[in-house]
Design a protein around this ligand. Structure first.
Ligand code: A3P
Length: 294
């Protein structure tokens, strides 16, 4: 197949960006008009950047006191994905009734965020991860997830699709740079790097708590680190998507490796050289640096 035009059934374009059928055009357009509160926090990310981990960290930091009552509630209910599925009045009501402070997940592009976020000064955390590891993680996710068509191709074919921006949510460069350019100096927005979180998990908890103006005593902070380790989240039925039937675990796992630098096991020398050249050209004047784990 042609990697530049290959499409999974249900995928569609909005504003020139390829999107999965799980996020219909109407839903993404409606996100813009959502009612937001000043204590909301949106976690935005390009896919496979450590967003599930960040959502769980935020949920625990903000709702630790009554966490035990909701321990078994699925993470998609505790921290809903704004543009997932068809949005009707019932869904809007449901989102409105999420206990405050609300934490939301989104993959929409920067210009598709709820418009009220700016005037209400709602908070946003944008998680980003080095795009070589994102590509490898996304490849495995494309292979295992039914909503992404259980991609039957090879790593090299997926690499070409990723470089062409012909994957759900389009080009990593466009998605991330749009957020970075628009929000890097905005004090309501925190950019978190997956690699920093892996290097200093406890530091990430403190950084997020600080940003949200939440003080945590040391025992609570330690407990949050324990509950959000790769192993704990993989075991936890509320965070491991074990009720979702779309994943083929004979192919890969949602909690696959959780490491920095796995790309070295996939990228050929030629792919790496080509990638570095594209990376330099696209990122040159951005002032944004990512850690490839070299
Ligand atoms: P890998 O496929 O490289 O293992 P997202 O939640 O944005 O889809 O990102 C998924 C990636 O985050 C996966 O990467 C997954 O293993 C990793 N991840 C999820 N929870 C994690 C945790 N608690 N610690 C470290 N990595 C985690």
């Amino acid at each position: 197949f042609d990697v530049k035009t290959f499409k999974i059934p249900g995928q569609h374009y909005l504003d020139g960006v390829l999107l999965g059928g799980y996020s219909p055009r109407e839903s993404i357009e409606m996100v813009k008009t959502f009612d937001m509160f000043e204590d909301d926090c949106v976690v935005s990310a390009y896919p496979k950047s450590g967003q599930t981990w960040t959502l769980e960290l935020l949920y625990l930091i903000l709702h630790y006191d009554n966490y035990s009552e909701n321990e078994e509630t699925d993470s998609l209910l505790r921290t809903p994905w704004l543009e997932l599925g068809k949005i009707d009045n019932a869904r809007i009501r449901e989102l409105g009734e999420v206990p405050r402070p609300r934490v939301f997940k989104t993959h929409v592009a920067a210009h598709q965020l709820p418009e009220q976020m700016r005037e209400k000064h709602s908070k946003m955390i944008h998680v980003l991860r080095n795009p070589k590891d994102v590509a490898v993680s996304y490849y495995h996710f494309y292979r295992m997830d039914a909503s992404l068509g259980r991609f039957p191709g090879t790593w090299s074919q997926f690499y070409e699709m990723f470089m062409a921006g012909n994957v759900s949510h389009g080009s990593w460069f466009d998605h991330v740079l749009q957020f970075w350019r628009e929000y890097k100096d905005n004090k309501d927005v925190l950019f978190l790097h997956y690699e920093d979180m892996v290097k200093d998990h406890a530091g990430a908890v403190r950084k997020i708590a600080n940003f949200l103006g939440k003080s945590l005593n040391e025992n609570v902070a330690e407990e949050i680190v324990r509950r959000t380790s790769f192993g704990s989240m993989k075991q936890n039925p509320a965070t491991n998507f074990s009720k979702y039937e779309g994943f083929d675990y004979s192919v890969s796992h949602f909690y696959r490796k959780g490491k920095v630098g796995d790309w070295k096991n996939y990228f050929t020398v030629q792919q790496n050289d080509e990638f570095d050249e594209v990376y330099r050209a696209k990122m040159a004047d951005s002032g944004l640096n990512v850690d490839f784990g070299e």
